[in-house]
Design a protein around this ligand. Sequence first.
Ligand code: ATP
Ligand code: MG
Length: 434
Amino acid sequence: MSNQRNVPRRWIQPDAIEEALRAGRPRRADPGSTPVSGMRPPARAASPAPVDGPILPPATIGILGGGQLGRMLGLAARELGYRVVVLDPDRQCPAAAVADRVEVGSYEDAVAARRLARSADIVTYELEHVALAVVDAVAADGVPVRPGRLSLKVTQDRLEERRFLESIGAPVAPYRVVTDQASLINAAFQLDLPLRLKAPTGGYDGRDQVRIAEVGELGNAIERLGRPTGTRLLLEKELPFDCELSVVVARDLDRSVAAYPPARNRHDDGILAESVAPAPIREGVVARAQDLAIRIAEGLDAIGVVTVELFLLPDGSLVVNELAPRVHNSGHWTIEAAVTSQFEQHVRAICGLPLGSPALRGAAATVNLLGTGRRRAARLRGVPDALRVTDVHLHLYDKREVFERRKMGHVTALGASPMDALETARLAASLVRL
Ligand code: ATP
Ligand code: MG
């Protein structure tokens, strides 16, 4: 640690909801006190002033990707008076409704991305599966891309992500790189079952990974994953976690950071089903999770929001599962239940504006509305019933088609406790039929 480093001043997140509600806003930590969580100014006293000034409204934000994350990012940008352009293969993508223009093109289409960048003052991405060449083309045209190239490069490849996490001393599940049946068997013998075999690129919502619970499942695991032989695959130990957590952290151009309170997440067959905040975990775990997330955002030199998915193990230790250099499904509760939503926070950070407080306003839970059945035109029913439930906020993404496990919307409920909020959110979500 350099002697230039400031004594970190962080915003303390009150540990009890009641206290948070009574206090109304977060307190500044006494510089001498033990920081608990949240927000702190630059790590270095002599942090260089940002080279670029703030990108002020009504500047235009270009978003690579027009899914629901782009839509909610666009809504937050609009509130602050920004204009929005979006690159997406689908002209009718969820973000189209909040965009001044949709540039139709794939996430590999550098030509379309450059067309987008011509009308943008800053470019960001709502998914990590954007080709690096696209980001390079935009940056070469002089338009900043944030959170940045390194964040994208590291997080779009699980093996690269492992190397990064190990380089900063972040704990990860025991793993091996395998390329064929022989190396798979050998690694499985070393790691022991149960295991997860994951493709390094392209996976999301539990796709592109297979579970290996029994020896008999080793035989066709590579085949089930469906990647060409010789592809480098990640084989990792399945961990018997107590619960899954995630921390959304923001870092701005001044290198200040703000970590939200961890959410506790429940996945259903690899896809996020529900999140509660604040996670009902010990204060010490909260602080460790936030510190880890801040270290990761700093290691990536990210400007914007980064999400860190964690496993909390029975012995109280934390293991990093996955990183996302962006706003995240497990942070949707911040729209209603944090002083600054993750979407506004990302806009602030990438535009060179001061970060907002990540403090909780109260307990909240988010339940995803996931499609079921075959691919067909979406026809939502039960919306009025869901809206009759008190303290519920319904978010629909306006996707034209529904299919099995497609994220169609979410419900966030507020409550006296995270579990109360979860009960309410589950009730409202159960009333919406997709
Ligand atoms: P995302 O939608 O978060 O991008 P993904 O498809 O990239 O998901 P992961 O986050 O790696 O995949 O895994 C999805 C879920 O599968 C995890 O949240 C967890 O519930 C389970 N899982 C994955 N790896 C492990 C593991 N090593 N041990 C235990 N559970 C695991
Ligand atoms: Mg994940």
